[in-house]
Design a protein around this ligand. Structure first.
Ligand SMILES: [Zn+2]
Length: 450
């Protein structure tokens, strides 16, 4: 470096100081998160819009198999993004925070020690274990997206979000299932769950006509879900087909149903006609019952999963359907990585997005950039979520909840500190935005009484 350039440094430093407004006494200059704001965010008791908590199972009892309608352990092995892999040390750090188990590696000795420590806490807490997990993660209420709930996962700390994909598939799904190695194992699970829904209504098979199916199966199933405490209903249809639910054609749907209800395999185009019609019926019913519709909108998971089929803009027809404006939709997982498309839909009055799973598999700095984009335009449409799920001993839903909650708070801190230092918002507004994302937006959308 040339000598002549030296005198420029003090002036530069001063300019940076003024711009960043970070030179007040005690300010954590250079740190990405303002310390006072971080402390404020840490104290907010959150509402988790989407997760798969596990029932606390006493020793010797059969395992919990109802945590997801489409558990992915049945599909061919697939790659996970880096942050979800076990060699990411954040997983062991979360286990250490929760159970005090130090990890030198992730070998058998560690897994045994963690399994034993976790079992001790579970035994001591019993059905209070899931609520204890929420306490550790600063979560007031977690939405349990599960086939069924049960002891330990009940209100007020847990609220149920059931699955309604099975209702889309009353006909033979073998044609649909044959599409990819992933869908081959996923469709039969939907068929089995529909059978369970039908049995609950005293039916062994779908009724003869589409009208009867809508009236005697869809209506009562949604009513039952609502009356059992459901706050929303969930579709993970993106694992099965593109999210381009087109305008319903009732006459064509009726004809497809009548042709195949007693047997035969519909073509893909025929099944889509029926699914599109049924999706609208279900979404409208859910809205009438005050239940928002959750949609898995994310480019993963699975070796044969369609990233293009799950782009947020596939939902444009749904978002612009005037007959669905009485229903609120939440794009779970924020449509990552197509977050600009998500932003484009947030302008519709009934479209929302959550950051579940983004809080686990992208770094807080990346999430912060997305949040800043969304919050500067649609601050009332963004919801916190973890997508905490069971990944076995080293990656329990409990560790996921803690990791995701910390990541969300860190990302919010970075985004809001940046907006404050750039003079876009005041400290009071930053605190308000943090409360909105972590809690208040969900309280308003679901009319929660906390
Ligand atoms: Zn999920």
């Amino acid at each position: 470096m040339r000598r002549a350039s030296r005198p420029a440094f003090p002036a530069l430093a001063l300019a940076a100081c003024t711009l960043l407004a970070a030179c007040e006494p005690g300010a954590d200059r250079g740190k990405p998160v303002d310390a006072r704001l971080a402390a404020y965010i840490a104290g907010i008791k959150a509402v988790d819009n989407h997760a798969h908590p596990m029932r606390p199972i006493p020793p010797g009892q059969p395992p919990d198999t109802e945590y997801d309608a489409l558990p992915l352990d049945g599909i061919p092995p697939f790659q996970l993004p880096w942050r979800l892999r076990l060699d990411n040390p954040e997983w062991a750090a979360a286990a250490r925070t929760l159970y005090g188990v130090p990890a030198a590696d992730t070998g058998k000795a560690y897994l045994d020690a963690l399994g034993a420590a976790r079992a001790r806490v579970l035994r001591a807490r019993g059905t209070g274990f899931p609520s204890w997990v929420l306490d550790q993660a600063g979560i007031a209420v977690m939405f349990a997206n599960r086939v069924a709930v049960g002891p330990g996962l009940m209100p007020p700390r847990f609220r149920w979000v059931p699955f309604d994909d099975p209702l889309l598939f009353p006909l033979d799904t073998r044609g649909e299932a044959s599409r990819t190695p992933d869908t081959r194992t996923l469709y039969p699970r939907e068929t089995a769950l529909l059978r369970r829904y039908l049995l609950a209504l005293g039916m062994k098979a779908p009724p003869n006509t589409l009208e009867a199916y809508v009236q005697a199966v869809i209506g009562p199933t949604l009513r039952h879900q609502h009356d059992s405490g459901a706050v929303a209903v969930k579709f993970e249809a993106a694992y099965l087909r593109p999210l381009d639910f087109g305008p319903p054609d009732p006459a064509a749907a009726r004809a497809v149903y009548a042709r195949y209800v007693h047997g035969g395999v519909p073509t893909r185009a025929e099944y889509k006609t029926l699914e599109d019609y049924l999706f609208h019926e279900i979404a409208r019913d859910a809205g009438a019952l005050g239940m928002p519709v959750h949609l898995h909108v994310l480019y993963e998971f699975g070796g044969f999963y369609s990233p293009g089929g799950s782009e947020p803009l596939q939902l444009e027809q749904v978002a612009d359907d005037s007959t669905l404006r009485g229903t609120d939709f939440v794009m779970l997982h924020g449509g990552w990585p197509f977050t600009n498309q998500t932003l484009a839909l947030l302008g519709k009055p009934n479209m929302y997005a959550d950051i579940s799973m983004m809080t686990q598999f992208i770094e807080p700095s990346q999430l912060a950039a997305v949040l800043r984009d969304w919050l500067s335009q649609w601050p009332e449409k963004v919801l916190f979520g973890t997508d905490a799920f069971d990944g076995g001993t080293p990656q329990g839903w409990d560790q996921g909840a803690l990791l995701a909650s910390n990541s969300a708070r860190r990302a919010l801190g970075i985004a809001l500190t940046g907006m404050m230092r750039d003079g876009e918002i005041t400290r009071a507004r930053a605190e308000q935005l943090a409360r909105m994302v972590l809690r208040d937006n969900a309280v308003r959308l679901y009319r929660l009484k906390l």
